[in-house]
Design a protein around this ligand. Structure first.
Ligand code: FPP
Length: 241
């Protein structure tokens, strides 16, 4: 079968693609394994998608790797996920550098174990000068947390006399979010058939195109990523106009 890669119009690429990587648990259960087996296989999809994004010339790829709500999962799964995340980041740092990929994070990193935070900071530092794809990991992230936090930041600036009420606009609010200086996603992909936003980038997805696929995340491959881009390019975006 010909690859959808050839159908992509390089002149109107989405600048930013965000992905809710869903279905790892179900993928593993369907095969009679523990949920963590699904997360382990999900790493292959992370690698494939990151490579595809870099090769295509996408500027930003945001992956919802761990939500604020995920802290409520059984401790064993939380620990295993953290270990997997951090080990992967550590192991993949040379590959990120080889491919000119810069690592960024959004979310409440203060909730992460100290050693995880350290390894993340190390990778962020070591890839900071890369100018290709920015890979943004949403970790301990939820949009309502982020929005409340932004409200607190702006409230404090008001109290400190650094800003006046009349000056608060969409730009001021955007700049108080953890995604400051990251453009809004043009396309949001969610795997595994669920058609929800689930507390992910609520402010930033205001005008994004949404793409849902039934595939579980561990089955998601480059071709699926290309198909989503082709689908996006066949849509007409009007931004309410
Ligand atoms: C959702 O599946 C997936 C996650 C909560 C975690 C995603 C994490 C990885 C793929 C691990 C590695 C990531 C990086 C960035 C190195 P689910 O458990 O909610 O599946 P279910 O809906 O079938 O239960």
């Amino acid at each position: 079968m010909p690859s959808s890669k050839n159908l992509i119009d390089k002149n109107c690429l989405p600048k930013h693609i965000a992905i809710i990587m869903d279905g790892n648990g179900r993928w593993a259960k369907e095969r009679g394994y523990e949920r963590i087996y699904g997360h382990q296989n999900g790493v292959v999809s992370v690698r494939e998608t990151t490579e595809a994004a870099a090769e295509t010339g996408i500027d930003y790829l945001t992956l919802y790797a761990f939500s604020t709500e995920n802290w409520g999962r059984p401790q064993k799964e939380v620990d295993a996920l953290m270990e997997l995340l951090v080990d992967t980041i550590e192991k993949e740092t040379p590959t990120l550098n080889k491919n000119n990929v810069r690592l960024l994070t959004i979310g409440d990193l203060s909730r992460l174990p100290l050693n995880a935070r350290g390894k993340l900071q190390k990778c962020i530092g070591e890839t900071a000068k890369n100018t290709g794809l920015s890979l943004v990991l949403a970790l301990s992230y939820s949009s309502r947390w982020e929005i409340v936090n932004a409200a607190k930041t702006i409230g404090q600036a008001l109290l400190d006399g650094k800003i006046r009420v009349e000056e608060i606009d969409e730009q001021v609010f955007s700049d108080a979010l953890t995604t400051k200086s990251i453009p809004d996603p043009d396309l949001m992909i969610r795997t595994s058939g669920e058609e929800r936003i689930s507390n992910f980038l609520l402010w930033q997805l205001a005008y994004s195109e949404l793409y849902f696929t039934k595939k579980h995340w561990p089955d998601f491959r480059k071709e699926d990523f290309y198909q989503a881009i082709v689908d996006y390019q066949n849509r007409e975006r009007r931004f309410g106009k």
